[in-house]
Design a protein around this ligand. Structure first.
Ligand code: HEC
Length: 235
């Protein structure tokens, strides 16, 4: 049995579904690129350095290098805040005074429960030392990782099962089917797990980069190949 034997209505529904998958996949890459580069538009393929910042550095520092870069007054301020955290984020001393001043001047006008700024984020306040401390852990915290992992794994596995099942019933060679099905699931799995483990083993950021790329390209490729195959006349 192959997808070419389906009726026109089923083929239409599958084709529309695949167009959604293609658009969603490209959107996820666009979103990641915007978050990591701090730019406002365009497709910005993430670089290794940007990925390294996101997954191995404290959220405050990686944001200052990426999505919040435009709010930073001086590049040297990023190092000051990073050094303060590296030295143990103590609530005393010159590093603390400097870092605290930067966070209050550059960030707390939006990151405050009482902020009146139109682009404020009162849900993520930096008003007190304790509030700032919740964002100083290197890489993903337990709560961020479990949140990201379950959302991504439920979401990705659901549509990936549909895409790979459809691909399994195309008329391509078995070897191509095996390779792309394994690459998409394997890439997703290793990508997500290296988000967490790269804070312990920094070189795993390469795995994030390669496996993320493998997952995205195999999903795009399978979707396009299914679209090409499903409308072909049965041999
Ligand atoms: C103009 C208001 C504004 C200023 C100033 C600002 N932020 Fe933000 N910040 C936001 C908003 C809105 C979000 C949530 C949406 C987003 O990510 O853009 C956010 C999200 C974040 C996040 C979580 C998402 C991420 O990208 O990691 C961090 C961390 C962060 N900000 C840190 C900072 C730091 C550090 C500064 C100071 C250098 C700063 N912000 C200055 C408005 C602001």
């Amino acid at each position: 049995m192959s997808i070419q034997q389906l009726n026109t209505q089923a083929k239409t529904a599958i084709s529309l579904f695949l167009l959604f998958v293609l658009t969603a996949t490209v959107s996820s890459v666009i979103l990641l690129g915007l978050e990591l580069s701090g730019k406002k538009d365009g497709l910005n393929i993430p670089t290794i350095t940007q990925i390294q910042n996101k997954y191995t550095m404290p959220a405050i520092v990686s944001a200052m290098k990426g999505s919040m870069y435009k709010e930073v007054t001086d590049d040297a301020d990023i190092d000051t805040v990073h050094n303060w955290i590296k030295e143990g984020s103590k609530k005393e001393g010159k590093l603390y005074d400097d870092a605290w001043k930067i966070i209050q001047t550059d960030c707390a006008n939006c990151h405050s429960k009482s902020s009146k700024m139109s682009k404020a984020i009162p849900s993520m306040p930096f008003d007190t030392y304790e509030q700032v401390m919740t964002h100083t852990e290197a890489g993903y915290s337990w709560s961020k990782m479990s949140k990201q992992a379950h959302i991504h794994m439920f979401g990705i596995s659901t549509f990936l099962l549909l895409v790979t099942l459809l691909f399994a019933y195309t008329t391509y060679k078995d070897s191509i089917k095996n390779a792309l099905i394994l690459a998409s699931f394997g890439g997703a799995f290793l990508d997500i797990f290296s988000w967490w483990f790269s804070k312990f083993v920094p070189s795993l950021v390469y795995l994030i980069f390669v496996m993320g790329g493998l997952m995205v390209s195999s999903i795009l490729l399978m979707s396009v190949l299914i679209l090409a195959n499903i409308w072909k006349k049965e041999a």
